[in-house]
Design a protein around this ligand. Structure first.
Ligand code: CP
Length: 304
């Protein structure tokens, strides 16, 4: 593939291959000074229309670890503020001959549309509520490192499923890899189409968390909600926030995940966020490894 636009369409051996590559890359992350030359002479542009702490910086880290040059495009100071369109901006950057464009955009489908207009490789760093493929891959790698496998695990995705590209990409990946996926949340945040995704659906944390191997908490995506849908934070935490009592229902060796950014005291108790079962910081570290793997996998397909 020339681009990575989503998990949709990836087959199990391809996902396994990327995770194996990332497992190898993970070994180099804690070795300061180790820079590979795989991407020497290549240029990556980060083009982020939505805020990011983890994804943008880890793409920069990953590309630099592989010897690439990185340019972080600043949207607020770009000529988009003078009325230039997304596509004209992408085509303009493409004319400078970058090799890779990493794009985050608030509209589902925007990254795929953009990929059709440029010659360089495009990686989706999150498009609206549609997909966030590298997040699902880093989550899968973290799960595999703790559980040794993904197939047959019970994975509970909890919270705002409806607006979450992380949930969608995870559901696609976990189903492809043979996990049992549960989604838990208030019905207003599950969406009427959820049953079509091949998941078990729960509106009660107590029922959905029973015997789970992996508990993945998701942030309320307020920026994608109309104000009438935004629940009260106190009430939401009472019913759907992960605390000790609720976590007791999962398997004793269950791991707690969160893609970040976390809202402590809303979807997750601050104590649980820092609990030894929380693998949140490992997810961030694996984010660098997975992004290195994705960049390596695209090398044979980069523009000539
Ligand atoms: N998980 C994630 O995508 O985090 P950022 O929004 O900080 O990149």
């Amino acid at each position: 593939h020339r681009h990575l636009l989503g998990i949709e369409g990836l087959k199990a051996p391809e996902i396994e291959g990327l995770l194996d590559l990332a497992e190898d890359a993970a070994k180099s992350i804690r070795r300061p000074g180790e820079v590979r030359t795989d991407l020497r002479g290549r240029t990556l542009i980060n083009l982020f229309f939505e805020n990011s702490t983890r994804t943008q910086s880890s793409f920069e880290f990953a590309a630099k670890r592989l010897g690439a040059d990185v340019m972080n495009m600043s949207i607020p100071t770009s000529s988009m503020q003078k009325g230039e369109t997304l596509i004209d901006t992408a085509v303009t950057l493409n004319a400078m001959w970058p090799d890779l464009l990493v794009v985050r955009h608030q509209a589902a489908g925007a990254v795929e549309l953009l990929s059709q207009k440029v010659d360089c490789s495009v990686i989706n760093a999150g498009d609206g509520a549609h997909e966030h493929p590298t997040q699902a891959l880093l989550d899968a790698l973290t799960i595999r490192r703790h559980k040794g496998r993904i197939s047959r695990l019970i994975v509970a995705l909890c919270g705002d499923i409806l607006h979450s590209r992380v949930a969608r990409s995870n559901i696609l990946l976990l189903n492809t890899m043979g996990a049992r996926v549960r989604v838990i949340g208030p019905s207003t945040l599950l969406g009427s189409a959820i049953h079509k995704l091949g998941v078990e659906v729960y509106t009660s944390m107590e029922e959905g968390l029973a015997d789970a191997d992996v508990v993945m908490m998701l942030r309320l995506q307020r920026e994608r909600m109309t104000s009438s849908l935004i629940p009260s934070q106190r009430e939401y935490f009472h019913f759907f926030g992960l605390d000790h009592e609720k976590l007791k229902l999962a398997k004793p060796d269950a791991i707690v995940m969160h893609p970040g950014p976390m809202n402590r005291g809303v979807e997750i108790d601050s104590v649980i966020a820092d609990d030894e079962r929380s693998v949140v910081n490992e997810q961030v570290e694996m984010g660098v490894a997975v992004r290195m793997a994705v960049l390596q996998a695209l090398i044979p397909h980069l523009r000539k």
